[in-house]
Design a protein around this ligand. Structure first.
Ligand code: SF4
Ligand code: SF4
Length: 153
């Protein structure tokens, strides 16, 4: 399991979560990268220090930041679909695809997050699309507790 910081303090407000899909950032900090902020056409991401800050109330969940991040550090989360589960839109880095996330099909159950490692698969694939660069664009249904969990690595 990766030793990652706790990202829950970057969560959108409960009222924003109730309004539907929103971008969240799990970037551990990249000095020379601001691709997510550059990709956002709505001014919803500011990169003042090492870690981007998402203004969740400005986010319209277009997904451009998710597509732009080469490390899979941005994701869209939707807490409005069900009481206990969330839908997440993710870009999985090529390295993790090579580590066993190839040839996924809709409906597959996979083990994607660090929490629950060694236990049952934690996510249902709703949509999987392999990108030209070898990454995986993925939409999954999972426990809300996984919304801020880093990927298994
Ligand atoms: S999902 Fe779109 S609007 Fe929201 S932060 Fe990302 S790029 Fe900006
Ligand atoms: S594009 Fe990804 S790695 Fe770069 S600053 Fe944004 S979240 Fe961090």
């Amino acid at each position: 399991m990766c030793n990652e910081p706790n990202y829950i303090d970057r969560a959108p407000s409960p009222s924003r979560l109730m309004r539907g899909r929103v971008a969240v950032c799990l970037c551990p900090g990249q000095d020379k990268c601001g691709l997510c902020a550059s990709a956002c056409g709505f001014g919803a991401i500011a990169k003042r220090g090492r870690v981007p800050e998402v203004a969740h109330d400005e986010c319209i969940a277009c997904g451009a930041c998710v597509r732009a991040c080469p490390f899979g550090n941005m994701r869209l989360i939707d807490f409005t679909k069900a009481e206990d589960t969330a839908e997440l839109t993710l870009k999985i880095p090529k390295k993790l695809v090579q580590n066993g996330l190839s040839a996924l099909a809709d409906g597959d159950m996979i083990s994607l997050f660090a929490v629950g490692e060694g236990q049952s698969p934690d996510s249902e694939v709703l949509q999987a699309h392999y990108l030209d660069g070898g990454e995986l664009s993925l939409r999954v249904r999972t426990a809300k507790g996984n919304a801020f969990a880093p990927f298994k690595c």
